[in-house]
Each structure stands twice: as structure tokens, then as C-alpha cells.
Design a protein around this ligand. Structure first.
Ligand code: CTP
Ligand code: ZN
Length: 153
């Protein structure tokens, strides 16, 4: 492939490239990671760019930060095909897929207004990850779709 023609977002020197994110999910990826640029993080986001593997993909590049497997695995809920590339001195030194975690804590908020986690108590949200959704550990509410709308921002 003629990379020079296809590269829309510049290469990074050191950091993490989250590639093959489902089209339209890049901002949710950043929300899940708690990255909003307000701390001066150097970020590049490409949305709905053509891809071999997905019809359209998003790509997120975070300069100066190597994200850990635990941090990125929660992304599997909204970007199951994402690949994580750790970059050092412009080279990809590690590449791996996101894996579904068993439990997700402090990332999603429960949609049940009666849930103890949403009543202003100092309780950290906790969801078990099911085959086809997530289940609140406190009230049992199961969410199968629109998980992105549960992201704490
Ligand atoms: N990348 C980057 N900065 C670098 C090196 C790579 O932003 N210094 C980006 C590339 O643009 C690409 C991703 O990281 O989007 C993965 O890079 P690479 O493994 O070189 O590309 P591919 O082989 O196309 O990756 P894959 O097989 O995962 O599609
Ligand atoms: Zn709940």
C-alpha cells in the first residue's frame, strides 16, 4: 500500500496507537480512557477513515503514554476489533488485541436510577461482562445495547 498517500494522521514518536476502532467510536474510546486533552495530552484522532479490515475505522493516537493491557481491555466493549500498538522511537514495539475483561469497574454508570451506585453514595460502579452485554453487580440490571451511552464522562 502507498502508505504516504494513505496516512492521514502523522506517526507518533512514543506512545500508543489504538487502531481498528469501529467507525464513530473514537470519542467514546477517549471517554473510557478518561482522556479529554485538558491535561495537555498530545492526541490525534482520525474518524471514519477507509480500512482494509473494517468498512470504516477510527484511530486514536496518544503521544507520550503507553497504555496498559488493563486500561485498554475495557475498550473491547465498544471496539472489539481494536489493535493496540505501543510505539517507541517511531517503531511499533508491541501490538496486541483488546480482550474482554471479566469485570469493568469505575468506567460505566448504571442506567437504573434506583441503583446504589447512582444515588450519590461513595460506591464504585462494577459490571460483570457477559457474552452479549454487561450486568450491574449491585442491582443486576443488564445492558445489551448502547453500552457507549453508559460511559462516565
Ligand atoms: N503508527 C504511528 N506512529 C508510528 C508507527 C505506527 O502512528 N511511529 C500507526 C500506523 O499509522 C498504524 C498503526 O500505528 O495505524 C500500526 O502501525 P503498523 O503496525 O506499522 O501498521 P500495520 O502493519 O498496517 O498495522 P496492522 O497490521 O495492525 O493493520
Ligand atoms: Zn445498578
Amino acid at each position: 500500500m502507498s502508505e504516504d498517500h494513505q496516512l492521514r494522521v502523522s506517526k507518533i514518536r512514543n506512545g500508543t496507537v489504538i487502531d481498528h476502532v469501529n467507525g464513530g467510536q473514537a470519542l467514546n474510546v477517549l471517554a473510557i480512557l478518561g482522556i479529554d486533552g485538558s491535561e495537555g495530552e498530545e492526541l490525534s484522532v482520525g474518524m471514519n477513515v477507509p480500512s482494509d479490515r473494517l468498512a470504516r475505522k477510527d484511530i486514536v493516537k496518544v503521544e507520550g503514554r503507553e497504555l496498559s493491557q488493563d486500561e485498554v481491555d475495557v475498550l473491547s466493549l465498544i471496539a472489539p476489533d481494536a489493535t493496540i500498538n505501543i510505539v517507541r522511537e517511531y517503531e511499533v514495539v508491541e501490538k496486541h488485541r483488546v480482550e474482554r475483561p471479566d469485570v469493568v469497574e469505575a468506567v460505566l454508570s448504571c442506567p437504573n436510577p434506583g441503583c446504589i451506585t447512582t444515588e450519590g453514595e461513595p460506591v464504585t460502579s462494577r459490571f460483570e461482562v457477559l457474552e452479549d452485554g454487561v450486568r450491574c453487580s449491585y442491582c443486576g440490571t443488564i445492558v445489551r445495547e448502547s453500552i457507549a451511552s453508559m460511559i462516565d464522562t
